[in-house]
Design a protein around this ligand. Structure first.
Ligand code: AP5
Ligand code: MG
Length: 190
C-alpha cells in the first residue's frame, strides 16, 4: 500500500497537492482539517469542541483527533493506500498513526514535506480568506497557526527522518511544477 503523509505549514499546499496525488495514484484522501470542518458545519459534539480550537489557531487535542482518525480509517476500503493531509501534527499522533497502520499490516511509506517561506504562506492564506472566508484565514489566527506549526508540528519531521521516510519538496512555483517534483520523488524511491 502506498500510504503518504503530506506535511507542511498552513498554506503550504497540502490540500491542493493531495488532490493531484490521489488522482495520479488512486489513493484515498484523509484531511483531518476537512473532517473537522464538516463536523463543525453539521453542528456535531466534536464539531462544537473543535470550533473553539480551530478559530484560535490551536490544535484540537490528540485524543479527539486520534479517535476520529481511527473511525475514518476503518471506513476506507481503498487498497491502494491513503494520503494523510494535516495528520500527524504532533509526535504523539505520528506514533499512534504508526500503531494504527501496523495493526492493519501496513505503514507510512513517504512523508512529503512541502517547504514554503512564511511571507508566501501568509499571502496565500490571506488571499483565500478574502475569497472563501475560511474562519481561520485571518491574520491573527494565521500567526497563531504558524507558531503552533513551528512549536508542535515541525518536530514531526524528525520522527520521519529517523524512519528514513522524510523528503523535503520545494513548495513554491506553479501547482503543476510542485506536483511534478512530488511525483518524481514518489516514483523514484518506490
Ligand atoms: P488544516 O485544515 O489542516 O489547515 P492547515 O494545516 O492550516 O493548512 P491549510 O489547509 O490552510 O493549507 P494547505 O497546506 O492545505 O494548503 P492549500 O492547498 O489549502 O487544519 C485546520 C485546523 O484544524 C488546525 O489549525 C487545527 O486546529 C485543526 N486540525 C486539523 N488537523 C489536526 C490534527 N491532526 N491535530 C490537531 N488539530 C488539527 O493551499 C492554501 C492556499 O494557497 C489555497 O488558496 C491554494 O489555492 C493556494 N495555493 C496552493 N498551492 C499554491 C501555489 N503553488 N502557488 C500559489 N498558491 C497556491
Ligand atoms: Mg488543507
Amino acid at each position: 500500500m502506498l500510504n503518504v503523509v503530506i506535511f507542511g505549514a498552513p498554506g503550504s499546499g497540502k490540500g491542493t497537492q493531495s488532490k493531484l496525488i490521489i488522482k495520479e495514484f488512486g489513493l484515498e484522501h484523509i484531511s483531518t482539517g476537512d473532517v473537522l470542518r464538516t463536523e463543525m458545519k453539521n453542528g456535531t459534539e466534536l464539531g462544537k469542541i473543535a470550533k473553539g480550537y480551530i478559530e484560535k489557531g490551536q490544535l484540537v487535542p490528540d485524543e479527539l483527533i486520534i479517535g476520529m482518525l481511527a473511525k475514518v480509517l476503518d471506513s476506507i476500503e481503498n487498497k491502494n493506500g491513503v494520503i494523510f493531509d494535516g495528520f500527524p501534527r504532533t509526535i504523539k499522533q505520528a506514533e499512534e498513526l504508526k500503531k494504527m497502520l501496523n495493526e492493519r499490516k501496513t505503514d507510512v511509506k513517504y512523508a512529503i514535506n512541502l517547504d514554503v517561506e512564511e511571507d508566501e504562506l501568509i499571502n496565500r492564506l490571506l488571499e483565500r480568506g478574502r475569497l472563501s472566508g475560511r474562519s481561520d484565514d485571518n491574520l491573527e489566527t494565521i500567526k497563531n497557526r504558524l507558531e503552533v506549526y513551528h512549536s508542535q508540528t515541525a518536530p514531526v519531521a524528525g520522527f520521519y527522518i529517523k524512519e528514513g521516510k522524510h523528503h523535503t519538496i520545494k513548495g513554491v512555483g506553479t501547482i503543476e511544477e510542485i506536483f511534478e517534483r512530488i511525483k518524481k520523488k514518489l516514483c523514484q524511491t518506490s
